[in-house]
Write a protein that binds this ligand. Structure first.
Ligand code: NI
Ligand code: MN
Length: 245
C-alpha cells in the first residue's frame, strides 16, 4: 500500500481534498462555506480539477455550484444531479451511475451503492429529487485505492466491495442516527477488509441532528470485530499520513 505522491486532507464533516502526484486537485462532497468544522483558511479553494458528489443533501452538495463556477472543475454526479447542475448553468458535468469504472483525469472512479436518501432542498422549501445516493471508489495512478462511503447505513454488499476492489483505505461515516454509527462502521471495516479507516460525518455542531458517534467508540468496537483495522481520526485541516509498514 502506497499513497505515493498523492495527498488526502480532511476539511471537516464529509469533505476531503485530494492532490494527486500529477498535481490534479479533487474534492469529495464539498461543504465549506457553512461547514462549522472547516478551518477558515481552507474554506476558499482557488483551483480544482474534479468534484465528486455522493448525493444532493446540503452538507455534501452545498458548495458544488459555487466551486464549479469559480474553478471550472468537472463535476462527477448521478444523472439527476448532473441535470440539476446543467439547469443551473454548470456545463462541465460528468454523469456517472453505479456500475463500472471510468477514467476521470488522473483517477479511476467507480460509483458504489449507499443506503440513504438524496434530494436537493431549494431555498423556498421545494425538495428536488436528486437520484440515488452513492459512494466512490477512487484509484490513483500508483494503484492505491480509497473508498469514500458517502452517507450510508451498513449494507451487506460492502463485502462485495471488499472482495472485488479491496480498497486500501475506507472513509466511513460514524455519527449514527441518519447513517452508520461506530458499531455499524466497525462491521463495514470488517466487510471491506480494510486495515485503515478514516471516520467522518460526526461531531458536527451546529447540525440539524446530533451525530454522537466518536472515533474512540469505533476503536472499541473494532477490537472485537476487526482488530487489525487502524483508525485515523483526522482533525479538519489535517492530511492523512501514510503509516509505516
Ligand atoms: Ni445525507
Ligand atoms: Mn450528510
Amino acid at each position: 500500500m502506497d499513497i505515493g505522491g498523492n495527498s488526502l486532507t480532511y476539511l471537516g464533516h464529509s469533505t476531503f481534498l485530494i492532490e494527486t502526484e500529477g498535481r490534479e486537485k479533487i474534492i469529495i462532497d464539498p461543504w465549506l462555506e457553512e461547514n462549522p468544522q472547516t478551518p477558515e483558511d481552507l474554506k476558499r479553494i482557488a483551483e480544482l480539477d474534479t468534484i465528486l458528489v455522493t448525493h444532493g443533501h446540503h452538507d455534501h452538495f452545498g458548495d458544488v455550484i459555487p466551486l464549479a463556477r469559480k474553478t471550472g472543475a468537472r463535476v462527477v454526479a448521478n444523472f439527476e444531479i448532473s441535470s440539476y447542475l446543467l439547469a443551473n448553468g454548470i456545463e462541465n458535468v460528468h454523469p456517472m451511475q453505479k456500475g463500472g469504472p471510468d477514467q476521470v483525469g488522473e483517477i479511476k472512479v467507480t460509483v458504489t451503492d449507499a443506503i440513504h436518501a438524496s434530494s436537493i432542498a431549494e431555498e423556498d422549501g421545494t425538495i428536488v429529487y436528486a437520484g440515488e445516493p452513492g459512494g466512490y471508489l477512487v484509484e490513483f495512478r500508483n494503484g492505491f485505492e480509497l473508498y469514500h462511503a458517502g452517507d450510508t447505513g451498513l449494507f451487506g454488499d460492502m463485502r462485495l466491495i471488499g472482495d472485488l476492489y479491496a480498497p486500501d483505505l475506507a472513509i466511513l461515516p460514524i455519527g449514527g442516527r441518519v447513517l452508520m454509527g461506530p458499531f455499524e462502521a466497525a462491521h463495514a471495516a470488517s466487510f471491506l477488509k480494510v486495515n485503515h479507516v478514516i471516520p467522518m460525518h460526526y461531531g458536527t455542531t451546529p447540525f440539524p441532528v446530533e451525530l454522537a458517534g466518536t472515533p474512540e467508540q469505533l476503536r472499541e468496537r473494532l477490537e472485537d470485530i476487526s482488530p487489525e483495522t487502524r483508525v485515523y481520526a483526522l482533525k479538519p485541516g489535517e492530511s492523512w499520513e501514510q503509516p509505516a509498514q
